[in-house]
Ligand binder design. Structure first.
Ligand code: PGA
Length: 259
């Protein structure tokens, strides 16, 4: 893992956008998109570059990470709606190239298998953007998810439901069940960007980066990934024990070594 501690969320957004922008030079770029608050700054920065500098997503495909079970696709809080509203409708990524899980699929297991096949059919994900839950989840892989898991149904922890209640009229409206790419699925992305913003994520980031590899902190499974970049602001970095080393490594990064 490469740990990059940046002064604030704007610097994190610019760095994440640089990495996504570089991946768009591939012939058929495939982006893995997270929802939630964390990547919003990155999406705004990418939209700005599209509008002001002509950055094009026309050849790209995108896959979201997860979806609430039972929410219709057109529900404003379905992740299919959210990713369109917050990002893809504002750039030239063709609507048919934005893939998501169907939270109302009559056979969720078949839907999960379809999604796995669609990701593989697109050639796999080039850059996967990830936020992290306060309980260490990535996607909706809650603690004790199998480190080898594939796309499937999960039950949300009450902590995650409380964390996400801000998006719904009442806490009771937050669905209990979801479909999510598994930890094994996520780790097949060629480059993973794990983003943490604010002190509320400091414990989860410390457990993911410096804690043991353990199902109790699903994000720690990224320790097995050969190319993960962790982008954090000062708040999210505040519980990292080895932050001086991370900064030292960054300052002495050889010129040939990109993110
Ligand atoms: P957040 O959620 O970006 O809204 O903090 C992150 C997550 O739950 O993965």
């Amino acid at each position: 893992m490469e740990i990059v501690i940046l002064p604030d969320d704007e610097a994190v957004a610019r760095t994440a956008a640089d990495i996504v922008q570089a991946s768009l030079e591939n012939d058929s770029p495939v982006l893995g998109l997270a929802t939630g608050s964390t990547p919003l700054g990155t999406y705004s920065e990418l939209i700005r570059r599209h509008c002001e500098a002509g950055l094009s997503f026309a050849r790209a495909q995108a896959f979201t990470l997860d979806e609430y079970l039972g929410l219709p696709a057109e529900h404003p809080e379905s992740y299919r709606s959210v990713i369109r509203r917050e990002f893809t409708d504002s750039v030239d990524l063709p609507a048919h190239a934005v893939h998501s899980l169907d939270g109302q699929a009559p056979d969720p297991e078949a839907e999960a298998a379809r999604y796995e096949a669609a990701i593989a059919g697109a050639g796999g994900v080039d850059v996967q953007i990830l936020g992290i839950g306060t309980d260490g989840h990535i996607g909706f892989n809650e603690p004790m998810s199998s480190l080898a898991s594939r796309t499937r149904i999960k039950t949300l922890t009450e902590q995650t439901r409380r964390d996400n209640a801000r998006f719904f009229p009442t806490p009771e409206d937050v669905p209990r069940h979801v479909l999510t790419q598994g930890l094994g699925t996520i780790r097949e992305a060629r480059h993973i960007l794990l983003i943490g913003l604010g002190e509320g994520k400091a414990s989860a980031i410390a457990a993911a980066v410096e804690g043991p590899l353990a199902a109790a902190c699903p994000a720690s499974s990224l320790q097995l990934h050969p190319h993960t970049t962790v982008l954090v602001d000062e708040g999210a970095a505040s519980r990292l024990e080895h932050r001086e080393y991370y900064q030292h490594a960054l300052e002495h990064k050889p010129q040939w070594q990109a993110y």
